[in-house]
Design a protein around this ligand. Structure first.
Ligand code: GLU
Ligand code: ZN
Length: 290
C-alpha cells in the first residue's frame, strides 16, 4: 500500500485501519446520510480501511427500533456493506465502557454534577450579553458538589488551551475544547451524550479515520481533548465533508420527507439513482463514488 493516496481532487488520504458509519436511529435515512455513507465507504476503499457500522442509540428517548431496522434495510438496499457490525451504544460492553470511562474521569477529579439548564445558560447570556464560554458552567456547579439525589447532568472539566488537528479536506484546524462550557457526559434524562459515547467508541473500537459532516467540525476539539484525558495517545484522523442542503439552504433533517430514502424508493428510484443524487448534492468527488 502506498504511504499516501492522492485522490482525483488533490487531497491526500493516508492509509487507515478502521473507519465507521455511525447513524443515530432517531429517524429514517435521508440523502444526507447517503452522502455521508458514500464518503465513508469511499474513504475506506481509498485508505484500505475496514468499515464498521455503529448504530448511535445513546439517546434512549429518541431512538426507535423501527428506525434502527429501517436504517439497516435501506443500507442493504443501497448496497453499503459494513465489514463489521452493527454494534450499538446500548450493547452491554458499550454501557460498561462508558461507566468505566466515567469512573476514570471521576478518579481524576474531573467529573461533577451540574444543575444548570438551558434557562440557566440563557439567563447568563441575557445578563452578560454573550453566550457562556470557557471551562465550567454558568452555575459554577463544579465548586458546589451537588448531592447525588438531585436531578442533574454530569459534566467533565476538559481544561484550558486549544486542540489542533489537520482535517483531510480542510487542512489545519484549531478549536477550544471548552468553548461551550465543560462537556456534558450524561444528561438529566440519564443518557450518555453523543460527544462522550462517540469518543469512547472511537477509542475502544480502534477507529483511526472519522469521516463525517462539517456540522461536527466545532465538536472535534473537545472530542480530541476527551480522548486524550481517557488515555488515547493519538487522535483519529478527521475528514469533515460538506453537508447536503435542502433547496432552501437548510441542513437536511429526518423530517424532510421528500429526501427520505424510503420515499425515493416508494417513488420508484433505483439504488444507483439515489446514490448518484446524494453524491451530487453532497459534492462527493467522482473518484470516491466508483
Ligand atoms: N451519530 C452521529 C450523527 O448521526 C455521528 C456523528 C459522527 O460521525 O461522529 O450525526
Ligand atoms: Zn452547572
Amino acid at each position: 500500500m502506498p504511504a499516501t493516496t492522492e485522490t482525483a481532487t488533490g487531497f491526500v488520504l493516508p492509509p487507515s485501519a478502521r473507519t465507521r458509519f455511525a447513524p443515530a436511529p432517531t429517524g429514517f435515512l435521508h440523502v444526507g446520510h447517503v452522502a455521508n455513507a458514500i464518503w465513508v465507504w469511499g474513504a475506506a476503499r481509498i485508505a484500505g480501511a475496514t468499515a464498521l457500522l455503529r448504530i448511535e442509540d445513546h439517546d434512549r428517548q429518541r431512538s426507535r427500533t423501527i428506525f434502527d431496522a429501517a436504517i439497516l434495510e435501506d443500507l442493504a438496499w443501497l448496497g453499503f456493506v459494513a465489514d463489521e457490525g452493527p454494534v450499538r451504544q446500548t450493547d452491554p460492553d458499550a454501557l460498561d465502557a462508558y461507566a468505566a470511562a466515567l469512573a476514570h474521569l471521576t478518579a481524576d477529579g474531573l467529573a461533577y454534577r451540574c444543575s444548570c439548564t438551558r434557562a440557566t445558560f440563557a439567563a447568563w447570556a441575557r445578563e452578560y450579553g454573550a453566550h457562556w464560554s470557557g471551562p465550567g458552567c454558568p452555575g459554577a456547579c463544579r465548586t458546589r458538589a451537588l448531592p447525588g439525589d438531585t436531578v442533574t447532568s454530569l459534566r467533565v472539566a476538559l481544561g484550558v488551551g486549544t486542540e489542533s488537528f489537520e482535517d483531510v479536506l480542510r487542512g489545519p484546524q484549531t478549536g477550544d475544547p471548552s468553548a461551550a462550557g465543560d462537556l456534558v457526559v450524561r444528561n438529566r434524562d440519564g443518557n450518555w451524550t453523543y460527544a462522550f459515547a462517540v469518543v469512547i467508541d472511537d477509542l475502544r473500537q480502534d477507529i483511526d479515520l472519522v469521516v463525517r459532516g462539517e456540522d461536527l467540525l466545532d465538536d472535534t476539539a473537545r472530542q480530541i481533548r476527551l480522548g486524550r484525558l481517557l488515555g488515547r495517545s493519538a487522535p483519529p484522523r478527521f475528514l469533515h465533508h460538506p453537508l447536503v442542503r435542502a433547496a432552501t439552504g437548510r441542513k437536511l433533517s429526518k423530517s424532510d420527507n421528500a429526501t427520505g430514502v424510503r420515499d425515493l424508493r416508494a417513488a420508484g428510484w433505483s439504488p444507483a439513482q439515489v446514490r448518484r443524487d446524494a453524491a451530487r448534492l453532497g459534492l462527493v468527488p467522482a473518484a470516491w463514488t466508483s
